[in-house]
Structures are given as C-alpha cells and as structure tokens.
Design a protein around this ligand. Sequence first.
Ligand SMILES: [Zn+2]
Length: 476
Amino acid sequence: MAMESVRQFSAILATGAILGQPPRAKPVQKNCSHLTASRLIKLVTDCLDEIPDHRPNQCKNGIPFGNFTKSAFAMMQVKMPSMLRFDSERADPVRVHNLETLFDVIDGRVPCDTRMREVMDPVSPHWLQKSFKKLFARVQRSGYLQKFEFPIGRLKNHYLLAIDGTQTFFSGKLSCDDCCTKNQGKAGEAFYHQLMGDCIVHPDQKVVIPLAPEAIVRQDGCTKNDSEKSAIKRFLANVKKDHPYLKLIILLDGLYADGPTIRLIKSYGWHYIIIAKDGNHGPLIEAMDELDKQEKVARFVKTDPETGVKHWYRFANDVPLNKSNPDEKVNVLDFVETDKKGDRHTWSWVTDIPVTEKTIEALMKGGRCRWHIENQTFNTLNKQDYHLEHNYGHGKQHLATNLAYLTVLAFLVDQLQQLGSPEFQKALKERTRGVMTHLWELMKGYFQTWLIISWEGFFDAIINRAVAGVVPYDSS
Ligand SMILES: [Zn+2]
C-alpha cells in the first residue's frame, strides 16, 4: 500500500469508519452568517412542516407528512436527475442518515417515489411559495440585500425586479388539472406548463434572488388557458402582499409594454423599465422620430475610455405610449452600443423614471439587467443540474407545479449561500474554481458515501479534501 494511501486509511480508522461504514465528517465551529446552508435549509424545512396533512386520518402511524415535501426538496437540493434515481437508493443507510440530519426527514422515513407523487399531488402550490418569503426576510435581516440597491436619479433604496415567463413542461400525452392545452380537441393537441419567474438583480452581482414564482397554469374552475398577461396580475399582487414596503423597479420584456400593465405597476407604487421593440411599438417609434424632427429629442454620446466601446443615447420624456393609450405618457430611451469590432447592438426602453443626461447610464444598466432572468436564472435552472424542464412526475392535480416550485426553491437556497455563506464560497473557490456544477457533483458524492452530521461538517469535509477510504482488492 502506498504511503499516501496508508495515511488516508489510518485517518479513516481514526474516525471509526471501517468495513463498509463510511467515515463521519467532523463538524466545525459555526459561523455567524445568516446565509449558511444549515440556517437556510432549517428555515425551508420548518416551512414545509407547516403544510397541513390532507391524508385521511392523517396516517398517524405512517410516514410523517412533512417527510414527503422535505424528501422532495432534498431531491432537488442534492440535484438528483430523476425521482427514480432518488428512489433507487432510498433504503441506503447513508442516504437515510443524511436525509435525517441535513433535511430533517424524521426517523429517516423516506417515502417511495409512487407515494411521494400521490401525497404531493393534492398539496396546494401556494404552501410552497411561503418559503420564498421567509428566505427573503432572512436576506433582508442579514444586510446582504443592500448589495442590490440600485439608485436612479431621485429614487433611493430601490431594487430591480426582473420578471419573465418560461416553459417548464410540454407533452402530447401527459396532462393534469393544471395543464394549459394547445389545439384543444384537434389534431396536434398538446399540454404545457409555464412558470412566471422573477428575481432581484443588480448589474454588478452574479447572484440573483428569486421571489416566489407564479405558475402559468389553468386556474381553479377556469375553462380557458392561463396566460402570461393574467399570471403577471396574480404575481404582482402577491409580491405587494408579501413585500408591501419593498421599493421596486420592474424589468420586463416588450410583451408587457402596454397601458394595463404599466398602470398596474404604478398602482402598486413601483416603477418600471420595459423593453420596447420596433415590431410591437411602431407608433411609439414613429412618435420618437417625429419629436426628433422637431428637435425635441436629446442625444448623448460617450466612449468608454478603457474599452473603447461607444455608447450612443437618444431620449425624450412624456411620449404617448400608443394610439389606444394616448394619455399614457412614457419616457423613452434608445441606446446603441458599438463594440470594438464595429458591431452595433441596439436597445429601446420605456420607463416612468425621468430620462436625463444624469439618469441615462443607470437606466441603460438597469434595463440591460433584465437579461439576468434569462441567463443567470432560466439558463441555470435548465442547464446547470436543476433540471427545471425535467418531468420528475406530473400527477393529476398540482404535482408538476409543486416540483417546479421546489426546484426554484433549491436554486434560491444555493444563490443565497453564494451570496453570504463563507463555507459555501470557500468550497466553490478552492475545490471547483467557481464552477457550480462541479461543486454539485462533489457534494453528491459526499452525500452518497459519508455519514454527515451537519452542513458545517459537510462543507468542512469538502474544503479539507477529506478522503472516504480505500477500496480493498485481493489480487491473489
Ligand atoms: Zn399538467
């Protein structure tokens, strides 16, 4: 046996992990950050425990009700690629131990995949939205939210909230009560779910902070499909109810640059920066061109001295939004960026924030930040092991919606750790050079092989490159 292996084996013996028993990761001293895994996940599992048991007689001797949602949340948090995979190792003693210590799955009683789907299906999705509010309150109290403040002109203590819809499910066969239907009763009939996602963003922050998403699904008692335009009304109302004092600047794409949406945002006391596209906002572009002819449009050009990138601005205030909303006046900012290769990139936004030479740069940066909902959020949820579009199970009522919410919830917990957990940041930097998917792989490996007592010990083992053991091999 090589000397290095001997040392590793001796260390394993010292932990009492021999003959197939995995070693125990040592707990380390807790730090006082508010955004560590132990605190965030405790908060989530406490919220999941508050969901009322809908089972007949509440199955008093059966699996505790909270174990169903906590196991499903754990499945998302450890990035299991499928419910079948999660189920296949359900009885594994290491897995059972870790689900109990890390996710408060009581007595390690993990439900099978079939029971998990059955029990989670009728749970109203609004119960799963509650964890988002609690986690956001934790971010506020921790002081980390201040990093996301985005002042523009006279607006202080405001935050950018990017919102957009994304498809999470599409099938020609499977459907549930929540499904919207395409080509109903005709050839090519198909079923789909969408999700209205959102997040607090900042141009200088890689991290995003999702508030509770809103499923774009058929509503109770409704025969018509749901739509993004209907969902955003529910979504904004919920944000106002959950965060009545939060000062927001809403970032949206061109679909929402209309009178009703703008009036709704203003009615809540918020502001907006919304994309205006040539194709959808012809009258607005024409109005800007007309004002330009009358020399009522201001221009400003600036070249970045470091990058050589040229920024060209054109703006006007109090422009009619469109012919059907002549009294709805918006402020318009056109922006063209010419990079060093000479390629031109063009944006146009409408906003209620006064556009002046002092505000154009902040408005441009804020407006471009809408991209974070597509790039840092939806792309991450689909391509970095969160499997948002994967069908973990569809159910007959709300299962698919509930699993989608739990996926976003796991993403939020990870984002908050990246923002304010020294142990997470250290593991990410020192073990995987900042590559998140590599950290997930590493964590999954430890989760499946080590008896982990605490989240602190979990990260300590990863950071200190703890080695699990030596596989015996008899060559005789
Ligand atoms: Zn469905």
